[in-house]
Design a protein. Structure first.
Length: 297
C-alpha cells in the first residue's frame, strides 16, 4: 500500500503538492479499454467512498513546548483506576475546588459505533456545548482528537486560564509527545492550539478516568452518544482513509473470490506469480542460444 499512502499524503498537501492536480479524484468514471494509471483507480475508490478531498487533514509541524501548555496525565490524585468510582469522584472534586476554582473547565468526548461517529464538548463555565457527527471513516482516536479540536476552535474565546478534560489518554500522550512522525490529526491539533495560545493565559490538558462518575466526563459522554447526525466536522485523516481503502479493496477481493469466474479466470488471481509458466516462455532463451552456436560446414 506504499503507492496508496503516497497518493493520499500528496492529496492532503493540497495545492502545496506539485502532483495535486494530477491526483485529484475524477468527476466522472473513465471507460477505457487499456489499463488506467494507479492514481485514476485510487481516485475512483475515493469517489465510491464519498470522500471530499478538501477535508483531508493537511500536514503541519508538530506542537512545540510552551510555558502556557501543561499536561497532567498521571500525577494528580484522581488519575488512577485502582480506586472505586466514589473515591475518584471525591478526589476529583477536591482537586477541582482547590486548584481550578477560578479556571474555565472544558470537557470533551467521542463515541463510535458501526453506524455513526460523533463528538461532543462543553464549556462548564459558559454552558456552551458543541456536539455532532464526524466522518465514520475516522477512528475513535481521530474522533477524540477532533473533539478537542472543536473545543479549541469554538469554546476558548477569552484571555483566561483553561482546563481541558479528556478520558483519551492515548490522544493526550500523543499530543504531549508530538513530533514529525505523529499522526496528522495530532499535528493539526497542535497547530490549532498554537494559534490560540497567544490569546489565553494558559491551558492544562488533564486526563480523567472514563466512566468513573466524574460529572463533566459523564455529561459529554452522554452528549456524544446522543449527538445529532449532522456533521460538526468534516475532517478525515489520510491514515484513516488509507485503512478504509484497504478494507474496500479487501471487500472487492472477497467478492471476486466468491464469484463464479474466480477459477475460470485463474490468471487474474493474486497468486498468479505462483502459477506454472507455459513452456513457450523459454522460447526466447532458446532462440538466443541457437543464435550463438557456431556454424558448421
Amino acid at each position: 500500500m506504499l503507492a496508496e499512502r503516497f497518493f493520499l499524503k500528496n492529496l492532503s498537501l493540497g495545492e502545496l503538492s506539485p502532483l495535486f492536480h494530477y491526483l485529484c479524484p475524477l468527476t466522472r468514471r473513465l471507460r477505457l479499454r487499456k489499463p488506467v494509471p494507479l492514481s485514476t483507480r485510487l481516485s475512483e475508490q475515493i469517489n465510491k467512498l464519498g470522500i471530499d478531498i478538501n477535508f483531508l487533514i493537511p500536514p503541519h509541524p508538530p506542537l512545540q513546548k510552551q510555558e502556557k501548555i501543561r499536561f497532567y496525565l498521571d500525577t494528580l490524585p484522581f488519575q488512577t483506576k485502582t480506586y472505586s468510582n466514589s473515591v475518584i469522584q471525591t478526589l476529583f472534586n477536591e482537586y477541582k475546588n482547590l486548584y481550578w476554582k477560578y479556571k474555565i473547565i472544558i470537557a470533551t468526548d467521542a463515541s463510535k459505533s458501526n453506524e455513526n461517529c460523533s463528538i461532543a464538548s462543553k464549556n462548564f463555565t459558559t454552558g456552551v456545548t458543541k456536539a455532532g457527527s464526524v466522518s465514520n471513516y475516522n477512528s475513535i482516536f481521530t474522533s477524540e482528537a477532533l473533539a478537542i479540536l472543536t473545543a479549541i476552535n469554538n469554546l476558548i474565546n477569552d484571555n483566561q486560564h483553561y482546563v481541558l478534560l479528556s478520558d483519551s489518554l492515548s490522544v493526550l500522550k500523543a499530543l504531549q509527545c508530538s513530533n514529525i512522525h505523529s499522526k496528522s490529526v495530532i499535528k493539526f491539533l497542535g497547530h490549532e492550539i498554537y494559534k490560540i495560545i497567544g490569546n489565553i493565559q494558559s491551558i492544562e490538558f488533564v486526563w480523567t478516568p472514563g466512566h468513573a462518575g466524574i460529572t463533566e466526563n459523564e455529561y459529554v459522554d452522554s452528549l456524544a452518544r446522543k449527538a445529532p447526525s449532522s456533521l460538526i466536522s468534516q475532517w478525515i485523516s489520510h491514515e484513516n482513509l488509507l485503512l478504509s481503502m484497504k478494507n474496500y479493496i479487501q471487500e472487492v477481493k472477497n467478492e471476486w473470490k466468491n464469484s463464479n469466474y474466480y477459477h475460470e479466470f485463474y490468471f487474474l488471481n493474486e497468486n498468479r506469480s505462483q502459477l506454472q509458466k507455459p513452456a513457450f516462455n523459454h522460447a526466447r532463451n532458446d532462440v538466443y542460444f541457437l543464435g550463438t552456436m557456431p556454424k558448421t560446414s
